[in-house]
Design a protein around this ligand. Sequence first.
Ligand code: ATP
Ligand code: BTN
Length: 326
Amino acid sequence: MKSEILRRLKEAGGYVSGQELCGSLGVSRTAVWKCICQLKEDGYEIEAVRNKGYRLAESGDALTEAELRSILDTEWLGRRISVLDEVDSTNNEVRKLAEDGAPEGTLVLAAKQTAGKGRRGRSWESPKGEGIWMSFLLRPDFEPAHASMLTLVAAMAVERGIRSLCGADCMIKWPNDIVLNGKKLCGILTEMSTEDDHIRHVVVGIGINANTGSFPVELAGSATSLFLELGRPVKRAVLVKEILKAWEHYYDIFLKTLDFGLLQEEYNERLVNRGRQVLVLAREGEWTGVSRGVDREGQLLVETADGQVNTVMSGEVSVRGIYGYV
Ligand code: ATP
Ligand code: BTN
C-alpha cells in the first residue's frame, strides 16, 4: 500500500485528499496516515495540509522498495524486490534466495556492498548510496553453454537504460563493462549454478557508478560515474526501472534463438573499439589485433595482422585498448 500511495502522490503532482486515498484504496484514515509516516521515515518530504490533503515534494534520489514499486513497469522482473542497507554482495544474497526457492525475477539492491565482487575474484568498490548495486535471479530452461551470453544481454540493457534516461553516449566494452568517455561506468558479473547438465539458476549482478563523487586513487584513472561525466546527479530508481524494462526486451529476443543472431548487429553498433586495435590478455600470453565485433555465439572476433580472424571467449581473457583501458 505504501508504494501505491507514493505512486498516486507522484501522479497527482499536487495535493491528494486523505479521503480520496482512503476511498480508492479501501482503507482507514489511520492506515493512510501510517503509510505517510513510513514514507517520511524513508526520506520523502510530504506536506500535510488541512482541507487539502497530502503533497509530495520533489523526491530526489530515493532508492527504496516503495519508490521502485511505484515506478516499475516490467512484466516479471523485479516483481519481488528487496532493498538492503548493507550486504556483502547482492549476487551472494540472490544466490541464497535462489537456494531457498525464490522465483525468477527476484531482485536485490543494496545501498552498500561490503564485499562487492568483480570477475575472477576481483573486488568491486560499492560505496553507500552512490551507485546502483543490484542482482536478479533467472531460472532459465536452456543448457549452460548459452549462459555466457546473458552478460552481453545485460550490457545491452544497461547501455539502453543509461542512454534513454541520461542521453549519455556510453558504449559496451566486451564482455562485461559499460564505458563512458573511455572510463568504466558499470561492470556486470553473471554467476551460474548447475547440476548435471542443467542450470539450477543464474544470478545477473550489475554495478553502476551513478552518483559517485570520487574514486580511490587506484581506480581514478579507469573508473567514472554518470555524475562525474554529466555534471548532475541521476535518479537511480528511474535508471533501474529503465534497465529492467530493457532487460525484458532484449532477453525476450535472446530466448527466440538462444544465441546472438538477432542481437548481434545492434550489439556491435554499441561496441567500443570496433574496427580498432585491441590488446588481448589471454592466459597463454598477450597479442593484438583489430576488433571485428561479436559473432552469433557472443564471442569477440579479433583479426590479426596476417588476416586471420580469431574468436575470443569471454571466460578466459581481458581485452584492452592498446594504449589503456579502452
Ligand atoms: P576485464 O576486461 O577482465 O573485465 P576489468 O579491469 O574491467 O577487466 P573486471 O573483473 O571486469 O576487470 O572488474 C573488476 C575491476 O574493476 C577491479 O579489479 C577494479 O580494478 C575495477 N573496479 C572495482 N570497483 C570499481 C568501480 N566501482 N568502478 C569501476 N571500476 C571498478
Ligand atoms: C566486473 O566489472 O568485474 C563486474 C562487477 C560487478 C559488480 C556488481 S555490483 C552488484 C553485484 N554484486 C556483486 O558483488 N557484484 C555485482
